[in-house]
Ligand binder design. Structure first.
Ligand SMILES: [Zn+2]
Length: 489
């Protein structure tokens, strides 16, 4: 009984329709540099990027009363990030920060010291770090995988962790003036669609979307409907299954195929019905909300039935490629050629599920088996994947990238070079390696000190304060190659 009574009291006190955001996260009018649900490689953008005037150092405010539930510091991703829980069932997320408020930082640093770790994912006890609406929780920055100074801001459903639209919860951003656009592939080129288009199949039409809502009617009946104002992280891979890869490669814009691919999950954000299977001319209407995006005639030459990728194994020389079922948006005719340590996989398509490259090395000493990595490059970027020994005498590289690859051996630790000492009490070092780097230890005169490595600039900032004496730093790459760096300050 007491439980029910308190639940009722809570429901009365905090109506579900109460607005979440009562204080904006930044001063001044907000400006947007990245939209919600924007299509990125391998995911939808899960928040809104707010401009900070091209600089770091702006105060960042808690948008409502709550408590800090999670603190993350990592060299990539959101960099320095705070997750604040609010009593009405929402979480807000603040990413790419430069620093935290004193109170939050005190807790963070003592935990880092206690754990001896520079990569943190902390869950402070509830109520320990409580904040009010308008409390400065940190300073905006450019940490992690950001393309420039900004604040990444998110609203989530606390219970399900689903992503919600911040503008529907009180974030005061201007309405996006850009419009969704229809693109069509003809004669091998993706172009903006005119009033009528002629395509080989329904797979040759894609839309670029600034909005989260979108639907397609063919001859007055609904065929596809999309709504991204709430989604969960496990449907992210749907982003790659629907990506019009050629459009991205040719025009540099990310658009979605209007026709479903066989591997797209059927999550709440997208519904499909069958498209007409006969060739012919069709009246097509595309809307976003109540606005018309495109209205015209599509001539489809054929209906192309695409099927999911079956599991496949390809072998050439010492390399075996394992492709799991449904690894691609639809079935691909894969080829593998390997010559020595060079590998080529075609076609160059985005994998939704990782593929495995197994290599049986000949003529390299056993001590080097744990020192190899796969350098892989495709039409979207590159990746370096450390090898792992398998039980049947091979080295395995697990990657979402197909294209050209090369197996390399790395036995050297990262290079480490002094840059300068900053007025704010940090020593900056340039740390470079072929692979990702982890900070193992930083000490000033034998005392532990905080250090942050920014993966995109390869800059290590060691916080030494006013101290003078011996700085000692150890950094290590993903294959365990270690470098010790000392200098006298
Ligand atoms: Zn962002």
């Amino acid at each position: 009984m007491p439980k029910i009574a308190s639940l009722l009291a809570w429901m009365v006190a905090v109506p579900l329709w109460s607005q979440l955001i009562v204080h904006q996260p930044l001063d001044g009018p907000l400006a947007v540099s990245g939209e919600l649900a924007e299509l990125r490689n391998h995911h939808f953008h899960s928040g809104i990027d707010l401009r900070t005037g091209g600089v770091t150092g702006k105060p960042v405010y808690a948008v409502a009363d709550g408590w800090v539930r999670r603190i993350v510091i990592r060299p990539d991703g959101y960099g320095w990030a705070l997750y604040i829980d609010h009593p009405n069932g929402f979480t807000t997320v603040y990413g790419h920060l430069e620093s935290f408020s004193d109170e939050i930082w005190q807790f963070t640093e003592s935990e880092a010291r206690r754990r001896g770790s520079y990569r943190l994912d902390l869950y402070p006890p509830k109520g320990m770090l409580s904040v009010d609406a308008g409390t400065v929780i940190g300073i905006s920055g450019n940490s992690g995988a950001s393309g420039g100074p900004h604040l990444h801001f998110e609203v989530r459903d606390q219970a399900s962790e689903e992503i919600l639209d911040p503008s529907a919860h009180g974030l005061a951003i201007p309405v996006d003036p850009s419009h969704p656009k229809l693109w069509a592939l003809s004669d091998g080129r993706w172009r903006p669609a005119g009033d009528s288009v002629s395509v080989a199949s329904w797979y040759d039409l894609a839309v670029t979307l600034p909005e989260q809502d979108f639907d397609v009617h063919v001859t007055d009946s609904l065929r596809a409907q999309w709504s991204l104002n709430r989604w969960s992280f496990d449907v992210q891979r749907g982003a790659d299954a629907g990506l019009a890869l050629g459009l991205h490669q040719q025009q540099g814009v990310r658009g979605f195929l209007i026709h479903p691919t066989p591997t797209q999950p059927a999550p709440g954000w997208r519904h499909h019905l069958d498209f007409p299977r006969a060739s012919g001319r069709y009246a097509v209407a595309i809307h976003s909300g109540s606005a018309r995006v495109w209205n015209g005639v599509v001539r489809v030459k054929e209906f192309e039935d695409r099927v999911p990728q079956p599991a496949a194994t390809l072998r050439d020389g010492a390399v075996t490629l394992h492709v799991p079922a449904r690894a691609f948006a639809w079935k691909q005719n894969m080829t593998l050629s390997a010559e020595g340590r060079s590998i080529r996989v075609t076609p160059d398509v985005a994998a939704i599920k990782p593929v495995h490259y197994d290599w049986v090395p000949h003529g390299i000493h056993d001590s080097l088996w744990d020192k190899t990595y796969l350098a892989v490059r495709d039409g979207r970027g590159s990746a370096k994947i450390p090898g792992i020994r398998t039980s049947d005498g091979a080295i395995r590289y697990t990657s979402k990238t197909c294209g050209s690859a090369e197996i390399r051996i790395d036995t050297e630790g990262p290079s480490c070079r002094f840059i300068r000492r900053t007025p704010s009490g940090s020593v900056l070092l340039q740390v470079n390696d072929e692979l990702d780097v982890e900070v193992v230890r930083a000490q000033i005169n034998g005392q532990w000190c905080w250090a942050y490595l920014d993966a995109k600039t390869n800059t290590l900032a060691v916080h030494v304060g006013e101290e003078i004496g011996t700085l000692y730093v150890q950094v290590q790459d993903e294959l365990g190659n270690l470098t010790t760096f000392t200098t006298n300050l």
